[in-house]
Design a protein around this ligand. Structure first.
Ligand SMILES: Nc1ncnc2c1ncn2[C@@H]1O[C@H](COP(=O)(O)OP(=O)(O)OP(=O)(O)O)[C@@H](O)[C@H]1O
Ligand SMILES: [Mg+2]
Length: 1107
């Protein structure tokens, strides 16, 4: 839903007055009271016309959220309550839409919130301007330049924990659409004296503490630094830690920001190296050493630190050491070298540290500028943001305060000029007569300071350049002579001085009456600080550094470019840069933010009136209001004015049809506002006195109350009426529904009663009919029953008669049969009893046997000898016959089966039979061999050409040719051998070559031994003393042990007619050469799975592990 556009005004819900221009009466007290009242209600912003006063709340307020940004976006300046966003929006829109370059001038004393304000402005602009990857990168770089500059340029002071110790002006550049393109930063006067010395309770620049707390050990080692702050003379110890500040985390933020801004890694490292070098410079200490000429010369106490600095920066140690001990002055082509005493050496060291740091800072600003500068050449619009130190009045004011206050004078000058100019321009634009405004013009003070001939800065320069002894006192004397008569210059030195008796003015001081108040300056140090002297020997030493960054910071050290002309003094440099700044600002439309610090304690909720009063005075805020109110206090365009006050006049309420100006005229006439109180401009009405405006506001408030009552009245009437109508309508609806319901209920009742009556009558009728029908039916049934009984009686009588007749006939037949039977039995009795039993018995037996055989014929089992089926026995007395028959049948079918065999098969079966006799139930391996056909020649020696020689060597018939494992007698390991059995011999041959290894005639084989288990091991025992037995008995293992043993047995039997002894035992003896070795079979070793393993345990025992 679109946000409803509500016309509001600054004047709505105002706390005090939102715009000081409307303050009545206007004086310091009412001004401060108004600020305080608003501050107490968290309203930290107040306007003076278009100037924003900001009071530092010292706590975070929820007024900078993205929703607030949206609220203030594209709204008129006076539409909402005062806010820095309103000013930012006004500036940005006027830049984008009206093509006017803008500058935002933020002033105020230290800790008043200038830097925060500048960041708020930048973040607001970043939030409302264009979006997109490129634009976002530019924004990010612009925003991230802040943490880098703050790390190097800000420090904790007693006034502010994050005090900017430099002035900053940043131009943000935009394209025609209002998208940011880039920026340029200018820096002013870094407070470099802080590098070497900090007042009590203050710190050095943040970066030193950040580096020591946040750098990794590795980085610290590289920079030869230690984490302990107390190791460094330049870091005052009493306030090294700041509450709520995490230096280590900030270090990471700064490194990250440097990366975003575009610093290369090596650049960032160089920067840190310079920072480290500055820190370490502070640790160089000097001691006096007497020379022959009686003068004291300084010597470096401990050269270690110097050595580390030189290593870090690539400077020749001897060069730097010399630069700390001598000073070369060149005059008229002559070089004069003088030695430095200890104080001078310290001065030189500190000057070097200060210069190194401040030049590094300027280099950083330039480097950032290089990164953030706009990339395109298109015409740019510019918004400048100036965050510069405000007016400073301390107890001891020195050169720095003088310079700063000078800058503020210039800013006040430009403020007056531009405000008046704008005011005047507006009057001309609106066609209103311009009346002269009385105000204090501070141009005269600016002149006192910057006049080229007799200005204070010019005289200071003159003094610095003058030959001869120059001191701060000679400078003051000169000032007294030249400025004695100036209205704003005060001093006691000159005899004619008006202040001879003013004790508040010490002799070594001068006082200037600035536009914001009187400031007393201590003249001590003016000359020195203006000179800003760095001995040439030092700059030359720096230029010779191997470190490229340091070298580039000291271009004047280059001997080729030696320039005897003195470099510009600090004062004149500052004057020039301020002049450039002013020129720049003058071309732009100014927007002011005046920051005020409510208390000295950095605490929230405290509003110290005295402190605020002081600031209001020196910021010239009352002056500001007066200038603004000089002509007319309030102005407003006609449309919003008419919109706001139209309810005060009948003609304009509720709608005015004509032009807005005419409407306002009618309105003002009607209200009888005196004509001198207002003027009609071209587009705006100008109101001279705030009183008039407040009168209008009061009338409006009253009228609004009346209107509210009216609206309330009408609304209440309308509400009651609509309520009544609604009630009436509801009542009708309810009544209608109720009637319907009642009728429905009555109808249901009548209907159900009718049904009950109906059902009673119908029931009664039905029962009547039923009764009649039942009666009729019973009558019919009675007739039938009577008839049935009658027929029954008839039938039974007839049946009785027939039965009687039949019984009689049957009795006759039976008696007759009995009679016949008796006669026959009497006749045949003699034959019957003697033979019938035996005959019947034989006959019956014959019949049964016949039947048995006939049935057996059909029930015969198959001819397979292993078929165990046989039909069951039918009669017990045939039991033996049945068994005999089964035996005969089995023998017969076995014979039949055998008749089929060829001679060869018969031989095989003979062999199998032999094997069964030898091994069945003796050796566990036997059952598995039954199914294997005995092949004998597994190895086809005839066919394999490899064994041709072997084949040729054997003439006899080969019975077994098979590869066996021959067990090595010594260790139990096995080798493959070809095992050959012929009719007369047993041969062993090499498996690969076929060469015969041993030949044993069968007559020499005495015994074969094996275990009873499921393994293939066997020993072949040889006849003692035979030739073959020289090495001992053989021990083999074979997959076909049963077959081989059988064949060996049979062949021996057939050839030698002797039965070969086969021993089956789990422990037997064999003869290996001279030893009798026991072969022992043990069970259960599962190590090698199912393969039996053989191991020679000692010379008496060989163990075979069988699975
Ligand atoms: N609008 C604000 N809201 C909350 N806190 C603020 C605001 N403005 C300033 N502060 C607080 O006040 C402190 C000082 O503000 P800031 O650093 O902006 O002062 P400054 O005017 O820049 O001072 P210096 O001249 O010393 O640089 C901030 O660190 C912050 O804590
Ligand atoms: Mg600041």
């Amino acid at each position: 839903m679109a946000k409803m556009e509500v016309k509001t005004s600054l004047l709505d819900n105002m706390i005090g007055v939102g715009d000081m221009v409307l303050l009545e009466p206007l004086n310091e007290e009412t001004f401060i009271n108004n600020l305080k009242k608003r501050f107490d209600h968290n309203e930290i912003y107040t306007y003076i016309g278009s100037v924003v006063i900001s009071v530092n709340p010292y706590r975070s307020l929820p007024i900078y959220s993205p929703e607030k940004v949206e609220d203030y976006r594209n709204r008129n300046f006076y539409e909402l309550s005062p806010h820095i966003f309103a000013l930012s929006d006004e500036a940005y829109r006027s830049l984008r839409d009206q093509d006017k370059d803008q500058c935002i001038l933020i002033t105020g004393e230290s800790g008043a919130g200038k830097t925060e304000a500048s960041k708020l402005v930048m973040s607001y602009v970043a939030a409302v301007c264009g979006k997109g990857a490129e634009v976002n990168q530019v924004k990010e770089q612009l925003l991230q330049s802040n943490p880098v500059l703050e790390a190097f340029g800000n420090a904790k002071t007693v006034r502010n924990d994050n005090s900017s110790r430099f002035g900053k002006y940043m131009d943000i550049e935009f394209d025609f659409k209002g998208d940011p393109l880039g920026g340029v930063i200018s820096n002013y006067l870094l407070e470099k004296s802080r590098v070497v010395k900090q007042p009590r309770g203050e710190r050095n620049f943040h970066v030193f503490y950040q580096l020591l707390s946040g750098a990794s050990e590795e980085l610290l080692n590289k920079l030869t630094l230690e984490r302990d702050f107390s190791r460094y003379n330049y870091l005052s110890l009493d306030s090294a830690k700041v509450n709520g500040v995490d230096d280590a985390a900030n270090f990471r933020t700064v490194r990250n920001a440097m990366q975003i801004v575009g610093f290369m890694d090596h650049e960032a490292e160089s920067v840190l190296e310079v920072v480290a070098a500055v820190l370490k410079l502070g640790n160089i200490e000097f001691k006096p050493e007497s020379r022959v000429n009686g003068l004291d010369e300084s010597k470096i106490k401990d050269k270690n630190e110097l050595k580390e600095i030189c290593e870090l920066t690539g400077i020749d140690q001897s060069v730097l050491e010399r630069a700390f001990s001598f000073r070369t002055v060149e005059a008229k082509q002559e070089k004069v070298s003088t030695t430095l005493n200890v104080a001078q050496a310290y001065y030189a060291r500190d000057a070097l540290a200060k210069n190194l740091y401040s030049r590094l800072f300027s280099w950083l600003v330039n480097r950032i500028n290089e990164s953030i500068k706009a990339q395109t050449k298109v015409r740019k619009k510019v918004m400048g943001v100036l965050d510069i130190y405000g007016f400073e009045i301390f107890e001891d004011n020195s050169f720095e305060q003088f310079i700063i206050n000078y800058c503020n004078e210039k800013l006040q000058q430009i403020f007056i000029e531009l405000t008046l100019k704008e005011e005047q321009e507006e009057y001309v634009r609106e066609g209103i007569e311009w009346t002269h405004i009385d105000y204090f013009n501070n141009a005269i003070i600016c002149d006192l300071i910057e006049n080229n001939t007799n200005g204070i800065l010019a005289m200071l320069d003159e003094e610095c350049l003058r030959p001869g002894t120059v001191t701060d006192e000679t400078f003051l004397e000169k000032l007294n002579q030249v400025c004695a008569t100036h209205q704003h210059f005060e001093s006691r030195m000159s005899k004619s001085s008006r202040f001879l008796n003013d004790t508040s003015l010490p002799h070594s001081c001068f006082r200037i009456q600035h536009y914001a108040g009187k400031v007393l300056y201590q003249v001590e140090g003016f000359v020195d600080k203006n000179n800003d002297l760095l001995y040439r020997d030092l700059s030359q030493a720096m230029w010779k550094a191997g470190h490229t960054l340091i070298k580039s910071l000291f271009p004047e050290g280059n001997p080729a470019k030696i320039n005897l002309k003195r470099p510009p003094t600090a004062g004149s440099q500052f004057k020039a840069s301020v002049a450039t700044l002013m020129k720049n600002l003058q071309t732009k439309n100014p927007n002011y933010i005046r920051c005020i610090k409510p208390n000295d304690k950095k605490a929230a909720h405290i509003f110290s009136e005295a402190l605020v009063c002081h600031q209001i005075r020196y910021l010239g805020l009352l002056e500001n209001v007066r200038v603004r109110r000089a002509g007319y206090a309030f102005r407003q365009a006609y449309e919003p004015c008419l919109e706001r006050y139209k309810m005060l006049c009948k003609q304009t309420w509720p709608h005015w049809k004509g032009p807005a100006r005419a409407g306002v005229e009618v309105l003002f006439n009607e209200l009888e506002i005196p004509v001198e109180e207002y003027s009609f401009g071209r587009s705006k009405i100008f109101i001279r006195n705030p009183r008039t405006l407040f009168k209008l506001e009061d009338l409006r408030k009253q009228r609004l109350e009346d209107l509210a009552t009216l609206i309330q009245k009408i609304y209440r009437g309308w509400k009651c009426r609509t309520h009544f109508l609604l009630m009436r309508k509801s009542q009708i609806v309810i009544a209608a529904w109720y009637r319907r319901y009642a009728q429905q209920k009555r109808y249901q009742q009548i209907k159900s009663s009718t049904l009950v009556i109906q059902s009673y009558i119908r029931g009664w009728k039905a029962r009547k009919i039923l009764r009649e029908l039942k009666h009729r039916k019973r009558c019919e049934e009675a007739v039938t029953t009577i008839a049935a009984y009658w027929h029954g009686t008839q039938a039974r009588r007839e049946l009785k008669r027939l039965k009687e007749e039949a019984r009689r006939k049957h009795a006759v037949a039976v008696i007759w049969a009995y009679w016949l039977g008796l006669k026959v039995r009497r006749e045949y009795r003699k034959f019957f009893r003697a033979n019938a039993g035996k005959k019947i018995y034989e006959f019956t037996l014959q019949r049964i046997v016949q039947k048995y055989f006939l049935e057996m014929k059909n029930k015969m089992p198959s001819l397979s000898p292993i078929d165990k089926n046989w039909p069951p026995r039918p009669y017990l007395f045939l039991d033996s016959t049945h068994k005999e028959l089964k035996r005969i049948f089995h023998l017969w079918r076995c014979k039949k089966y055998r008749d089929q065999f060829t001679d060869q098969q018969k031989l095989i079966y003979e062999e199998k039979l032999e094997a069964s006799e030898l091994f069945k139930d003796k050796k566990a391996l036997y059952p598995s061999s039954v199914g294997q056909p005995f092949q004998g020649a597994y190895l086809e020696i005839n066919k394999n050409p490899k064994y041709k020689k072997l084949k040729d060597a054997i003439e006899e018939k080969i019975i077994i040719a098979e590869v066996v494992n021959k067990i090595n007698r010594a260790n139990g390991k096995s080798t493959s051998r070809i095992f050959l059995l012929t009719n007369n011999n047993l041969l062993l041959a090499d498996q690969k070559s076929g060469q015969i290894k041993s030949e044993v005639p069968l007559v020499d084989v005495t015994k074969v031994s094996m275990s009873s288990q499921n393994d293939g091991f066997f020993a072949v025992h040889l006849k003692e003393g035979s030739e073959a037995a020289s090495k001992g008995d053989f021990l083999f293992s074979s997959d076909h042990l049963i077959e081989m043993a059988t064949k060996l047995y049979r062949t021996t039997l057939s050839q030698t007619k002797q039965k070969l002894n086969i021993e089956i035992s789990d422990e037997f003896l064999v003869q290996f050469r001279q030893d009798k070795v026991c072969v022992k079979f043990i069970q259960g070793n599962q190590k090698n799975g199912s393969v039996p393993t053989c191991k020679r345990k000692n010379n008496r025992l060989l163990e075979v592990a069988v699975p």
